[in-house]
Design a protein around this ligand. Structure first.
Ligand code: CP
Ligand code: NVA
Length: 312
């Protein structure tokens, strides 16, 4: 029986190293089979239903969860605004109803505590499709893409350039568990959540990883295996756009920064991208970009996790 059976995935700190390896192995097998025939011979999730609750916009996460469930024989139920999540009915009442009918819940919301409350209340697994604090399936897809490119993760250096946001938090936690060095170059006032970083530092110390901070991307870039960036204005921060665009000037991943990093360095972005802001178009579309591999891997890691958690 899989150690992941029935398990939520709310934070990148929820998985131990062996569990990351297990998800990577299952994802790799699913990716191979899907790559050959664009379908899976077995339909292990036949008869299983998973609700998708999205309180923020999404392309990749929404499509890959829905398509992934369908490809494995399962069914995705989109619960749109019609359910009045937490407004018409409390989070706990929704959890206690859903668990009577279906097998799992995917949620993209603002406050991370809403996802944890849903998971605490529901007897069925809850999968974090992005909160203000974390994006664990993104980190799984990203680190699988790095593993495929470099052959291994332990000791690899990923330098995140820009905002210490949800995507960075999950990469820091996952990288720490996997014994990587995760650097962050960020301007004053846009650092990560100290509680999450304390957790990442503890995990890094236990697993041979390292969490490193700096201001100047040019100082942190040399020796990096990957330069990673994300938008400067995350969903929910739109009213801070003006201040953020000013603060992040100089934090663009461009061909100059990639050259400073080294000939081995790849460029990574979770997408959607703002070309010309956090990443230059020639880098995003260039031969050293892993962005579309990362996006593709969302499908494979999520299918793998759904299989492990919901049972084959
Ligand atoms: N990277 C990612 O989560 O994309 P979406 O916001 O489009 O789902
Ligand atoms: N940090 C971004 C990631 C989008 C996938 C956001 O939260 O909007």
């Amino acid at each position: 029986m899989s150690a992941l059976l029935g398990r939520d995935l709310l934070s990148s700190a929820d998985l131990a190293r062996a569990e990351y390896e297990r998800v990577f192995a299952t994802a790799t097998e699913l990716k191979r089979e899907f790559g050959e025939t664009r379908r899976h011979a077995a339909q292990p999730l036949a008869g299983r239903n998973v609700a998708l609750i999205f309180e923020k916009q999404s392309l990749r996460t929404r499509v890959t969860f829905e398509a992934g469930l369908n490809q494995l024989g399962g069914n995705a139920l989109h619960l749109g605004e019609g359910i009045g999540f937490g407004v018409r009915e409390s989070v706990s009442d929704i959890a206690h109803n859903l668990e009577r009918w279906i097998d799992g819940i995917v949620i993209r919301t603002f406050d991370h505590s809403i996802a944890t409350e849903l998971a605490d209340e529901a007897k069925i697994p809850v999968f974090n499709a992005l909160t203000d604090d974390e994006h664990p399936f993104q980190a799984l897809a990203d680190l699988l893409a790095m593993r495929e490119h470099f052959g291994s993760l332990e000791g690899r250096v990923l330098t995140f350039v820009g905002d210490g946001n949800n995507v960075y938090h999950s990469l820091a936690l996952a990288g720490a568990v996997l014994g990587m060095e995760i650097r962050l170059a960020h301007p004053v006032g846009f650092g990560p959540n100290p509680t999450i970083i304390a957790r990442a530092e503890k995990l890094a110390a236990a697993n041979g990883g390292q969490i490193v901070f700096g201001r100047d991307p040019r100082e942190l870039a040399p020796g990096s295996d990957a330069l990673y960036t994300d938008v400067w204005v995350s969903m929910g921060q739109e009213e801070q756009s003006h201040a953020r665009l000013a603060a992040f000037a100089g934090y663009t991943i461009d061909s100059e920064l990639l050259a400073v990093a080294g000939p081995q360095t790849v460029a990574m972005h979770c997408l959607p991208a703002h070309r010309g802001q956090e990443i230059a178009t020639d880098v995003l579309d260039g031969p050293r970009s892993l962005a579309l591999e990362q996006a593709e891997n969302r499908l494979h890691v999520q299918k793998a996790y759904l299989l492990e958690s919901l049972g084959r």
